[in-house]
Every structure is written in C-alpha cells, then in structure tokens.
Design a protein around this ligand. Structure first.
Ligand code: SF4
Ligand code: SF4
Length: 379
C-alpha cells in the first residue's frame, strides 16, 4: 500500500489549534514524561513526527490523540516549546472533523462564522416554531403545559435524540473504518470485539485513565460536569413528563433535588472551565480555540435560563415563565444538536471508543504474535 504525504497537512491542522510542532527536534522527552504513553502508544512524539512529515492517512488511522487527557506535563518539559499537549488537542479536533461525514464539524472548527451562525439560525428556528404553534396563553396562573404541551415537547425530544444518535453513531462507524479496518493489520475476530465491549460504558462513566494523571483536580471537575450533563440529558429524554409539570412539588421531593444537583454541577463545571480559560493558569487552559469558549458559554446560558423558568414558575409569573422557556429551548436545542455529534461534546463518545479500539487492537496483535511463535522442540 502506498503512503501519501501531504505537504499542506501542518498548515491545515494549524486551523484546529495553536500547533508549533515545527520547533520539535524529536528528543522524545514528552513521551518519556507522559503518564499515559506506553510502548505500544508512544504519544505525543509519534503523532508530532507524523504531523511533521505530513502522513495524513497514518494520523487518521491513529487513536492516540484520544488517549491523551491534556495534563500538560509534556509541554512543560519540552525543551523547544513545541507545545505537544496542544498539538494533541488540535489533532483531536481535526480527527473529529475527519470522522464527521457531513463536513459540519470541519466548518464549525475552522470558521467562527459557521459555528455562531448555525447556533443563531437554529435558535431563531425554535423561536419561530413557538411563535407559530404555541398552545393557549393562560395569564391568571402559570400553565406551562398548556402553552407548551409536554407530550408534544417530548416527541420533539425523541426526534432530537434520534438525530443525535444517528449522526454520532455514523461518525463512530467512520472512526472504526479508519482505525480498525484501514489502520490495523492484525486479524481481529468478532469475539474479541465482544469480549472488550465493556470498556466503552466503563471508560465513559469513570474516565479512569484520566484519574491516573498526577493532578486529579481536572478529572474531578470533569466528572462533576459530566454527571450534571448526563443527568440533564436523561431527564429531558426519558423523564420530561415528570419534570415539565405545573405541579409544585415540596422541597424534599426527589424531582427537585435531581434538578438542583444537575443545575449546580453544570454551573460549577462550565464556570470553572470559563474561569480557567480567562486566567490561563494551567496548561490545559493556556490555549483556547473558539469552540472551547462557545460550549461552556452555551451551557451557562442554558442553565441560567432554566433556573429562571423554574423561579418564575414558583413565583407565579405566567408570561415571564413562557417567554423564558422559549429562550431556554432556543439555546438548549442548538447546544445539543450542534455540539454532541459535530462539536466539542463528541469527545465523550470518541474517547471511550478509542480506548476500546486500542485494547482490541493490542490484544489481537498479542494473540497473533503468540500464534506465530514456534512451539518448543521436545527432545
Ligand atoms: S515535542 Fe518537545 S519534548 Fe517532544 S520530542 Fe519534540 S522537542 Fe522533544
Ligand atoms: S498532555 Fe499529558 S497525557 Fe497528553 S500527551 Fe502530554 S503528558 Fe501525555
């Protein structure tokens, strides 16, 4: 098979992050210091070399950038200021664009006009839908479910969940094609894929590899944010009828506390991400791509508007509740539809899948090596 060298690869990947790998002279310090690199996955040096040479196909077939959690140790020890940690981040964005067959991820990552424009268009679409099709407006008391009948909103939720799942899974399928079909020479039996499948939910829930980095704080913050996000998603998709209600539950009711937990977790996680990027006080936040700002800002706006809907409903202000509800959905829908399959949040799927693929690949190679070994000669 011929190997294609793309001389423009480096300039292409520079659109995805502050890459400075021209400065790298391949000393290997970064890989030596990386707590997550192994003999089989000697990143970040291997990726940087592929990037310097322009081996686009090899980079596309590589899952290593997903195995990095941006602790920043490698950048701190790089004698040339080549910023290997940021190169891994840029590669993750580039890979997200490579997996996405629609081309939208590439547009969103390389053009702020595309990303903000799409969010605004989708927001206006949601506002128009409500302007044209809302239910009766009751003004002597709050009747949110008359204004926006929950069974119709729930159908919309399911349609949105189906849309997200379709695009995310089809992109994961392309990831599989690049990494496991084109990028793996070992023959992999189906039984091995099945035996290792537990890695996907396990890594998704625990992000276990990240917890092994020296500084556990980013992992804890991320876990809090993800717990709030996933809880909110489950509430929206599966339990909306329980949550979008005109009944006022007592303060000790679990419906209220689940909602409060998700709200606090989202505000804390997104707030810390934004604060870190403003202060640039750790490696992970020294460089910020526009997509690093847009997602947490959307998350904060969605959460704050959700708090306002909740508050107006409890105070008993009907019009304020209805208008804020529409504003809330006009930010929530673009955030989910654009960020989950095409943007920053897709890494929640790609990371555990990449770890799974790497486990399968390593075990297949080990099996093949064991089978190829000559059996001992019995005298
Ligand atoms: S990125 Fe820096 S530490 Fe890593 S191989 Fe290049 S020069 Fe060495
Ligand atoms: S940022 Fe941390 S995990 Fe990622 S390559 Fe550098 S040292 Fe390894």
């Amino acid at each position: 098979m011929s190997t294609r060298v793309d001389p423009n690869l480096l300039s292409e990947i520079k659109e995805y992050g502050d890459v400075n790998v021209e400065a790298c002279f391949n000393c290997g310090n970064c890989t030596a210091i990386c707590p997550l690199a192994t003999d089989e996955t000697p990143f970040p040096r291997n990726n940087i070399r592929l990037l310097q040479i322009g081996l686009e196909d090899r980079l596309r077939q590589n899952v290593d950038p997903w195995l990095c959690y941006y602790c920043g140790d490698c950048s701190e020890t790089c004698p040339r200021g080549a910023e290997p940690a940021e190169a891994q981040m840029a590669l993750r964005r580039w890979l997200t664009a490579q997996y996405d067959w629609t081309g939208l991820a590439q547009k969103f990552y390389t053009s702020i006009v595309w990303e903000v424009g799409s969010i605004l268009l989708l927001s206006i679409f949601i506002i128009l839908i409500f302007a044209l099709f809302h239910g009766p407006i009751v003004t002597d008391q709050v009747e949110l479910n008359t204004f926006a009948p929950v069974h119709i909103i729930h159908i919309g939720d399911w349609m949105m969940a189906g849309f997200l799942l379709f695009f995310l899974l089809s992109n994961v399928l392309r990831m599989y094609t690049f990494t496991m079909r084109q990028g793996t020479k070992a023959k992999i039996p189906l039984s091995l894929y099945l035996a290792e499948a537990w890695n996907i939910p396990y890594q998704f829930v625990t992000q276990k590899r990240w917890s092994t980095c020296d500084d556990e704080r980013p992992w804890i913050d991320h876990m809090i944010l993800v717990s709030g996000y996933v809880l909110m998603l489950i509430i929206i998709v599966f339990f909306l009828r329980w949550f979008q209600t005109d009944n006022i539950y007592p303060w000790y009711h679990p419906q209220r506390w689940l909602g409060y937990y998700a709200t606090i977790a989202l505000l804390y996680g997104a707030g810390r991400a934004i604060w870190g990027r403003i202060r640039k006080n750790n490696q992970m936040h020294r460089f910020s791509h526009p997509s690093d700002w847009i997602f947490p800002i959307l998350l904060i706006l969605v959460t704050l508007s959700g708090i306002l809907v909740h508050s107006f409903r409890y105070i008993g202000w009907p019009l304020a509740t209805y208008y804020t509800y529409v504003i809330h959905l006009s930010m929530l829908v673009p955030m989910l539809i654009l960020e989950v399959p095409f943007g920053k949040w897709s890494h929640l799927a790609y990371r555990p899948v990449a770890i799974y693929f790497q486990e399968v690949r390593q075990k297949a190679i080990a099996r093949q090596a064991a089978e190829a070994e000559p059996s001992p000669i019995v005298v």
